[in-house]
Write a protein that binds this ligand. Structure first.
Ligand code: NAP
Length: 323
């Protein structure tokens, strides 16, 4: 039998690492399963690893790069004694205590780790359009991460798909490298916040292609164009671009918890009002995996702090729980 931990934290974005800082400082020796890189949109450190300038995280008046911010979170957690493993949980068992967490083969009888409390902070990830050849074109002109890939498109023409803050932010960043950036949006008005819209409209390198849906990718083995259809006329056209950045939203990483924890209709984890408690006593959820509304780094970090304090108090209230 594996030793029983007081706290296991699954996920290493702002929520998970804030929970790690707080539980480590509370002397709970948290184990953080930070994940492993498996695609450009799925990295330890979460979505900020795929972001450029973060201008709205308090404490950085000049802004900070997303990956640098996450390195700082991680270093702070390590400084207080959090143990961080670069692995993914493959299965969890929350039906009895201590809870079980598996790494690797999920069919082994014994869990890799057992814990009295689990804090879930597995975040969310980029949604793809679901068109043919998307998997093979990632890294060959198709990307979900301007920070990672923008550099490769110097002086080229690029499309960004989407009309939210992410699309505007990606386009703004890409305009530093690209010759021209076209934002392709399926409606005739943006979803993005006013300030981001204003910046987009003011940027001479950014153009907009309204009422357009993407039908497919041109070019083999790398992208040479985006096949578009006008939503009003059905007319098809090809936008000549060598890079396409998808920025059409995110999906919560909750697959591991189906059948174990209550989910909302949209797939996000259900937590009790004003709390990070899930429907299983001793299991807490924080950050984007349970937040379909705010979805900000600062709110994720705040809820990570809440989860840590709630886990700590739960352990105090259940002293018999530790074996
Ligand atoms: P979002 O706000 O959900 O916007 C997604 C965009 O993609 C929408 O414009 C949507 O079109 C479009 N879209 C969705 N599915 C599509 C499809 N299949 N085909 C074509 N277009 C599709 O997502 P987000 O931009 O990733 O932002 C998520 C949250 O993070 C938001 O709350 C946002 O404010 C926040 N955020 C903030 C910042 C910042 O403050 N700096 C930066 C990034 C994100 P419709 O408009 O027609 O639905």
């Amino acid at each position: 039998m594996s030793d029983v931990r007081e706290v296991i934290i699954i996920g290493s974005g702002p929520a998970g690492l804030t929970a790690a800082i707080y539980t480590a400082r509370a002397g709970l020796s948290p184990l953080v399963l930070e994940g492993e890189p498996s695609s450009t949109s799925d990295q330890p450190g979460g979505q900020l690893m795929l972001t450029t300038d973060v201008e709205n995280f308090p404490g950085f008046p000049e802004g900070v790069m997303g990956p640098e911010l996450m390195q700082n979170f991680r270093a702070q957690a390590l400084r207080f004694g959090a143990e961080v493993q670069t692995v993914k949980a493959s299965r969890v068992e929350f039906s009895s205590r201590p809870f079980g967490v598996w790494i690797g083969d999920p069919d082994t009888a014994e869990p890799t780790h057992r814990a009295e409390t689990v804090i879930i902070s597995t975040g969310a990830q980029s949604i793809m359009l679901g068109l043919d050849r998307e998997a093979e074109l990632i890294g060959h002109g198709l990307s979900t991460c301007a920070t990672c890939d923008g550099f490769f498109f110097r002086d080229q023409e690029i499309a960004v798909v989407g009309g939210g803050d992410s699309a505007l932010e990606e386009a703004q960043f890409l305009s530093r490298f690209a010759g021209k950036v076209t934002i392709v949006h399926r409606r005739d008005e943006l979803r993005a916040s006013k300030i981001m819209q204003d910046r987009g409209f003011a940027n001479k390198k950014i153009e907009f292609r309204w009422n357009s849906i993407v039908k497919g990718y041109e070019g083999d083995p790398t992208i040479s164009g985006l096949r578009l259809a006008d939503t009003r006329t059905g007319e098809e056209s090809v936008l000549a671009v060598t890079g396409v950045f998808l920025a059409i939203g995110h999906r919560p990483n909750t697959g591991l918890f189906k059948g174990q924890l209550a989910l909302k209709d949209n797939g996000y984890l259900m937590t009790r009002p004003d709390s990070t408690r899930t429907d299983v006593d001793g299991v807490f959820a924080c950050g984007d995996v349970q937040d379909d509304y705010f979805r900000q780094a600062i709110t994720a970090a705040g809820s990570g702090c809440m989860a840590a304090i709630e886990a700590e108090r739960w352990l105090e209230d259940n002293p018999g729980a530790i074996h």
